[in-house]
Design a protein around this ligand. Structure first.
Ligand code: MTE
Length: 300
Protein backbone atom coordinates (compact mmCIF):
# COMPACT_ATOMS: atom_id res chain seq x y z
CA UNK A 1 0.00 0.00 0.00
CA UNK A 2 1.32 3.40 -0.87
CA UNK A 3 2.35 5.59 2.00
CA UNK A 4 4.40 8.70 2.32
CA UNK A 5 7.95 8.29 3.42
CA UNK A 6 8.69 9.21 7.01
CA UNK A 7 12.34 9.74 7.72
CA UNK A 8 12.07 8.62 11.35
CA UNK A 9 10.47 5.21 11.45
CA UNK A 10 9.59 4.07 14.94
CA UNK A 11 8.97 0.52 16.03
CA UNK A 12 5.26 1.30 15.83
CA UNK A 13 5.67 1.69 12.08
CA UNK A 14 7.25 -1.70 11.68
CA UNK A 15 5.18 -4.78 11.16
CA UNK A 16 6.83 -7.64 13.01
CA UNK A 17 7.47 -10.55 10.73
CA UNK A 18 4.99 -12.95 12.36
CA UNK A 19 2.19 -10.37 12.24
CA UNK A 20 3.17 -9.51 8.73
CA UNK A 21 2.83 -13.11 7.64
CA UNK A 22 -0.45 -13.41 9.52
CA UNK A 23 -1.74 -10.35 7.79
CA UNK A 24 -0.82 -11.81 4.46
CA UNK A 25 -2.57 -15.05 5.27
CA UNK A 26 -5.66 -13.12 6.34
CA UNK A 27 -5.47 -11.08 3.16
CA UNK A 28 -5.12 -14.26 1.12
CA UNK A 29 -8.33 -15.50 2.73
CA UNK A 30 -10.19 -12.44 1.56
CA UNK A 31 -8.78 -12.69 -1.94
CA UNK A 32 -6.65 -9.55 -1.68
CA UNK A 33 -3.50 -11.64 -1.79
CA UNK A 34 -0.76 -9.32 -2.76
CA UNK A 35 -1.69 -5.83 -1.71
CA UNK A 36 -1.76 -2.82 -3.96
CA UNK A 37 1.92 -2.79 -4.84
CA UNK A 38 2.27 -5.79 -7.07
CA UNK A 39 1.59 -5.29 -10.73
CA UNK A 40 0.34 -7.72 -13.26
CA UNK A 41 -1.24 -11.06 -13.84
CA UNK A 42 1.22 -13.84 -14.37
CA UNK A 43 3.41 -13.09 -11.37
CA UNK A 44 0.39 -13.31 -9.09
CA UNK A 45 -0.29 -16.87 -10.10
CA UNK A 46 3.01 -18.06 -8.64
CA UNK A 47 4.14 -18.89 -5.15
CA UNK A 48 4.97 -15.53 -3.65
CA UNK A 49 5.20 -16.52 0.00
CA UNK A 50 8.10 -14.33 1.13
CA UNK A 51 11.30 -15.75 2.52
CA UNK A 52 12.02 -14.96 6.16
CA UNK A 53 13.96 -11.87 7.26
CA UNK A 54 16.68 -14.25 8.42
CA UNK A 55 16.99 -15.96 5.01
CA UNK A 56 16.94 -12.71 3.08
CA UNK A 57 19.56 -10.99 5.24
CA UNK A 58 22.07 -13.81 5.81
CA UNK A 59 22.48 -15.42 2.38
CA UNK A 60 23.39 -13.15 -0.50
CA UNK A 61 26.11 -11.58 -2.61
CA UNK A 62 27.79 -8.26 -1.89
CA UNK A 63 31.37 -8.73 -3.06
CA UNK A 64 32.55 -5.47 -1.50
CA UNK A 65 32.29 -7.40 1.78
CA UNK A 66 33.63 -10.76 0.59
CA UNK A 67 32.69 -13.44 -1.88
CA UNK A 68 31.04 -15.90 0.55
CA UNK A 69 27.25 -15.98 0.92
CA UNK A 70 27.51 -15.15 4.64
CA UNK A 71 30.28 -12.53 4.28
CA UNK A 72 27.92 -9.57 3.67
CA UNK A 73 25.92 -10.27 6.85
CA UNK A 74 29.16 -10.66 8.81
CA UNK A 75 31.12 -7.71 7.42
CA UNK A 76 28.76 -5.03 6.13
CA UNK A 77 28.21 -3.40 9.53
CA UNK A 78 31.33 -1.29 8.83
CA UNK A 79 29.58 0.68 6.06
CA UNK A 80 28.54 4.20 7.08
CA UNK A 81 25.11 4.72 5.53
CA UNK A 82 24.23 8.07 7.09
CA UNK A 83 24.85 10.70 5.85
CA UNK A 84 24.37 9.39 2.31
CA UNK A 85 24.07 11.17 -1.00
CA UNK A 86 23.70 10.28 -4.65
CA UNK A 87 25.31 12.23 -7.44
CA UNK A 88 22.93 12.44 -10.38
CA UNK A 89 24.64 13.62 -13.54
CA UNK A 90 24.96 13.28 -17.30
CA UNK A 91 21.98 14.07 -19.55
CA UNK A 92 19.64 15.52 -16.92
CA UNK A 93 18.12 18.98 -16.44
CA UNK A 94 18.91 19.14 -12.73
CA UNK A 95 22.27 17.49 -12.08
CA UNK A 96 23.62 17.60 -8.55
CA UNK A 97 24.46 15.80 -5.36
CA UNK A 98 21.21 14.86 -3.64
CA UNK A 99 21.11 13.81 -0.01
CA UNK A 100 19.21 10.64 0.83
CA UNK A 101 16.66 12.81 2.68
CA UNK A 102 16.20 15.09 -0.37
CA UNK A 103 15.61 12.09 -2.56
CA UNK A 104 13.08 10.52 -0.20
CA UNK A 105 11.20 13.74 0.41
CA UNK A 106 7.84 13.42 -1.30
CA UNK A 107 8.52 9.98 -2.77
CA UNK A 108 5.74 7.43 -2.51
CA UNK A 109 7.16 4.33 -0.87
CA UNK A 110 5.27 1.13 -1.61
CA UNK A 111 5.63 -2.48 -0.65
CA UNK A 112 6.47 -4.77 -3.55
CA UNK A 113 6.71 -8.52 -3.12
CA UNK A 114 9.09 -9.60 -5.86
CA UNK A 115 10.53 -12.90 -6.96
CA UNK A 116 14.32 -12.77 -6.97
CA UNK A 117 16.37 -15.04 -9.24
CA UNK A 118 20.14 -15.16 -8.82
CA UNK A 119 22.25 -16.07 -11.85
CA UNK A 120 23.65 -18.90 -9.68
CA UNK A 121 20.24 -20.67 -9.97
CA UNK A 122 18.83 -20.01 -6.52
CA UNK A 123 15.87 -17.83 -5.72
CA UNK A 124 13.89 -16.08 -2.99
CA UNK A 125 10.78 -13.96 -2.61
CA UNK A 126 11.48 -10.59 -1.00
CA UNK A 127 9.04 -7.95 0.29
CA UNK A 128 10.75 -4.69 -0.64
CA UNK A 129 9.80 -1.17 0.29
CA UNK A 130 10.75 1.42 -2.26
CA UNK A 131 9.76 3.91 -4.91
CA UNK A 132 9.72 3.69 -8.67
CA UNK A 133 12.97 4.79 -10.30
CA UNK A 134 10.82 6.52 -12.96
CA UNK A 135 9.63 8.99 -10.30
CA UNK A 136 13.19 9.99 -9.48
CA UNK A 137 14.09 10.29 -13.18
CA UNK A 138 11.08 12.56 -13.68
CA UNK A 139 12.19 14.76 -10.82
CA UNK A 140 15.69 15.31 -12.19
CA UNK A 141 14.44 15.67 -15.78
CA UNK A 142 15.88 13.31 -18.38
CA UNK A 143 17.10 15.13 -21.49
CA UNK A 144 16.27 14.13 -25.05
CA UNK A 145 18.85 11.79 -26.45
CA UNK A 146 19.54 9.94 -23.18
CA UNK A 147 19.19 6.20 -23.81
CA UNK A 148 20.69 4.49 -20.78
CA UNK A 149 21.01 4.85 -17.01
CA UNK A 150 24.32 3.96 -15.35
CA UNK A 151 24.64 3.18 -11.62
CA UNK A 152 27.63 3.08 -9.30
CA UNK A 153 28.10 1.61 -5.80
CA UNK A 154 30.19 3.25 -3.09
CA UNK A 155 33.89 2.34 -3.25
CA UNK A 156 35.35 2.66 0.24
CA UNK A 157 38.40 0.52 0.96
CA UNK A 158 38.32 1.63 4.62
CA UNK A 159 34.81 0.33 5.11
CA UNK A 160 34.62 -2.41 2.47
CA UNK A 161 37.26 -5.11 2.91
CA UNK A 162 36.29 -6.74 -0.40
CA UNK A 163 37.35 -3.82 -2.59
CA UNK A 164 40.96 -4.26 -1.46
CA UNK A 165 40.89 -7.46 -3.53
CA UNK A 166 40.65 -7.10 -7.32
CA UNK A 167 37.89 -9.68 -7.89
CA UNK A 168 35.99 -7.04 -9.89
CA UNK A 169 37.00 -3.71 -11.42
CA UNK A 170 35.67 -1.51 -8.57
CA UNK A 171 33.45 0.39 -8.09
CA UNK A 172 30.64 -2.06 -8.84
CA UNK A 173 28.70 -0.62 -11.78
CA UNK A 174 25.54 -1.56 -13.63
CA UNK A 175 23.30 -0.14 -16.32
CA UNK A 176 19.82 -0.30 -17.77
CA UNK A 177 18.31 0.87 -21.01
CA UNK A 178 16.18 3.97 -20.30
CA UNK A 179 12.90 2.15 -21.04
CA UNK A 180 13.88 -0.62 -18.61
CA UNK A 181 14.76 1.99 -15.99
CA UNK A 182 11.42 3.72 -16.49
CA UNK A 183 9.41 0.49 -16.28
CA UNK A 184 7.00 0.57 -13.30
CA UNK A 185 8.43 -2.69 -11.92
CA UNK A 186 11.88 -1.09 -11.54
CA UNK A 187 12.28 -0.09 -7.93
CA UNK A 188 14.70 1.92 -5.83
CA UNK A 189 14.49 -0.04 -2.58
CA UNK A 190 15.08 1.38 0.89
CA UNK A 191 13.45 -1.29 3.05
CA UNK A 192 12.63 -4.95 3.56
CA UNK A 193 9.62 -6.08 5.59
CA UNK A 194 8.95 -2.43 6.43
CA UNK A 195 12.30 -1.95 8.15
CA UNK A 196 15.27 0.01 6.84
CA UNK A 197 17.24 -2.04 4.39
CA UNK A 198 20.14 -3.70 6.26
CA UNK A 199 23.69 -2.91 5.19
CA UNK A 200 24.29 -6.36 3.73
CA UNK A 201 21.32 -5.94 1.38
CA UNK A 202 22.50 -2.61 -0.01
CA UNK A 203 21.69 0.14 2.50
CA UNK A 204 20.56 2.80 2.31
CA UNK A 205 19.29 2.62 -1.26
CA UNK A 206 19.62 0.06 -4.05
CA UNK A 207 18.09 -0.97 -7.34
CA UNK A 208 15.69 -3.91 -7.78
CA UNK A 209 14.90 -5.12 -11.31
CA UNK A 210 12.85 -8.29 -10.80
CA UNK A 211 12.90 -9.71 -14.34
CA UNK A 212 16.72 -9.70 -14.49
CA UNK A 213 19.31 -11.86 -12.75
CA UNK A 214 20.16 -10.53 -9.30
CA UNK A 215 23.52 -9.02 -10.17
CA UNK A 216 21.80 -6.24 -12.18
CA UNK A 217 20.25 -5.02 -8.91
CA UNK A 218 23.12 -2.87 -7.71
CA UNK A 219 23.49 -2.00 -4.03
CA UNK A 220 24.38 1.11 -1.98
CA UNK A 221 24.14 3.49 -4.95
CA UNK A 222 26.19 6.73 -4.90
CA UNK A 223 25.90 7.79 -8.52
CA UNK A 224 23.29 7.70 -11.29
CA UNK A 225 24.29 8.92 -14.76
CA UNK A 226 22.05 9.43 -17.78
CA UNK A 227 23.94 8.68 -20.97
CA UNK A 228 23.55 7.89 -24.67
CA UNK A 229 26.06 5.03 -24.57
CA UNK A 230 25.64 1.50 -23.21
CA UNK A 231 27.07 1.73 -19.68
CA UNK A 232 29.88 -0.30 -18.18
CA UNK A 233 28.43 -3.28 -16.29
CA UNK A 234 30.75 -5.02 -13.83
CA UNK A 235 29.96 -8.67 -14.53
CA UNK A 236 29.65 -8.12 -18.26
CA UNK A 237 33.07 -6.46 -18.19
CA UNK A 238 34.56 -9.24 -16.05
CA UNK A 239 33.32 -12.02 -18.35
CA UNK A 240 31.25 -11.02 -21.38
CA UNK A 241 30.83 -14.62 -22.51
CA UNK A 242 29.07 -15.54 -19.26
CA UNK A 243 27.22 -12.31 -18.39
CA UNK A 244 25.48 -10.24 -21.04
CA UNK A 245 24.44 -6.62 -20.70
CA UNK A 246 20.72 -7.48 -20.58
CA UNK A 247 20.85 -10.44 -18.16
CA UNK A 248 17.12 -11.07 -18.43
CA UNK A 249 16.04 -14.21 -16.62
CA UNK A 250 15.63 -16.75 -19.42
CA UNK A 251 15.24 -20.50 -18.80
CA UNK A 252 16.01 -21.17 -22.49
CA UNK A 253 19.48 -19.61 -22.49
CA UNK A 254 21.90 -21.51 -20.28
CA UNK A 255 24.85 -19.96 -18.55
CA UNK A 256 27.93 -21.47 -20.27
CA UNK A 257 28.68 -23.50 -17.12
CA UNK A 258 25.20 -24.48 -15.88
CA UNK A 259 21.53 -24.70 -16.80
CA UNK A 260 19.14 -21.84 -16.13
CA UNK A 261 16.04 -24.02 -16.63
CA UNK A 262 15.37 -24.45 -12.90
CA UNK A 263 16.18 -22.86 -9.57
CA UNK A 264 16.60 -23.84 -5.92
CA UNK A 265 14.22 -21.89 -3.75
CA UNK A 266 16.06 -20.82 -0.56
CA UNK A 267 14.23 -21.95 2.59
CA UNK A 268 11.87 -24.83 3.04
CA UNK A 269 14.25 -26.83 5.23
CA UNK A 270 15.91 -30.05 4.21
CA UNK A 271 13.85 -30.73 1.13
CA UNK A 272 14.48 -27.44 -0.62
CA UNK A 273 12.29 -27.28 -3.65
CA UNK A 274 13.62 -27.02 -7.19
CA UNK A 275 11.27 -25.03 -9.32
CA UNK A 276 11.18 -24.37 -13.04
CA UNK A 277 12.59 -20.95 -13.90
CA UNK A 278 10.06 -18.74 -15.64
CA UNK A 279 10.68 -16.50 -18.62
CA UNK A 280 11.56 -13.01 -17.35
CA UNK A 281 11.32 -14.50 -13.84
CA UNK A 282 7.52 -14.63 -14.15
CA UNK A 283 7.12 -11.01 -15.29
CA UNK A 284 6.78 -11.84 -18.99
CA UNK A 285 3.36 -10.26 -19.34
CA UNK A 286 4.70 -6.98 -17.98
CA UNK A 287 8.09 -6.72 -19.72
CA UNK A 288 8.20 -8.88 -22.86
CA UNK A 289 7.15 -5.91 -25.01
CA UNK A 290 10.42 -4.13 -24.10
CA UNK A 291 12.31 -6.76 -26.10
CA UNK A 292 9.99 -7.25 -29.08
CA UNK A 293 11.96 -8.13 -32.18
CA UNK A 294 15.20 -8.69 -30.25
CA UNK A 295 17.10 -11.97 -30.47
CA UNK A 296 17.26 -12.91 -26.78
CA UNK A 297 19.94 -15.54 -27.41
CA UNK A 298 22.30 -13.01 -28.95
CA UNK A 299 21.26 -10.30 -26.44
CA UNK A 300 21.39 -12.38 -23.26
N1 MTE B 1 25.80 -4.89 -5.76
C1 MTE B 1 27.06 -4.63 -5.38
N2 MTE B 1 27.42 -3.37 -5.19
N3 MTE B 1 27.98 -5.61 -5.20
C2 MTE B 1 27.67 -6.92 -5.40
O1 MTE B 1 28.54 -7.79 -5.24
N4 MTE B 1 25.96 -8.55 -6.05
C3 MTE B 1 24.81 -8.73 -6.93
C4 MTE B 1 23.65 -7.82 -6.55
N5 MTE B 1 24.12 -6.47 -6.32
C5 MTE B 1 26.35 -7.24 -5.80
C6 MTE B 1 25.41 -6.19 -5.96
C7 MTE B 1 24.39 -10.12 -6.92
S1 MTE B 1 25.41 -11.24 -7.73
C8 MTE B 1 23.24 -10.54 -6.32
S2 MTE B 1 22.74 -12.17 -6.45
C9 MTE B 1 22.40 -9.62 -5.51
O2 MTE B 1 23.02 -8.34 -5.36
C10 MTE B 1 22.17 -10.29 -4.17
O3 MTE B 1 21.76 -9.44 -3.15
P1 MTE B 1 20.28 -9.35 -2.61
O4 MTE B 1 19.86 -10.72 -2.19
O5 MTE B 1 20.33 -8.39 -1.47
O6 MTE B 1 19.46 -8.83 -3.75
Amino acid sequence: MARRYTSKLTWDDVTPEHLYLNRRQIMAGTGALLGAGLIGGQAQAQDLEPNTWEEITTYNNYYEFGTGKDDPARNAHTLTTSPWSIEIDGMVDNPGTYSFEDIMDGMTVEERIYRFRCVEAWSMVIPWNGFELADLLDRVGVQDGARYVAFETANRPDEMPGVRVPVLDWPYREGLRLDEARHPLTLMATGIYGRDIPNQNGAPIRLVVPWKYGFKSIKSIVRITLTDEEPFASWNQANAREYGFYSNVNPNVDHPRWSQASERRIGGGLFARREPTLMFNGYEEEVASLYEGMDLEANF
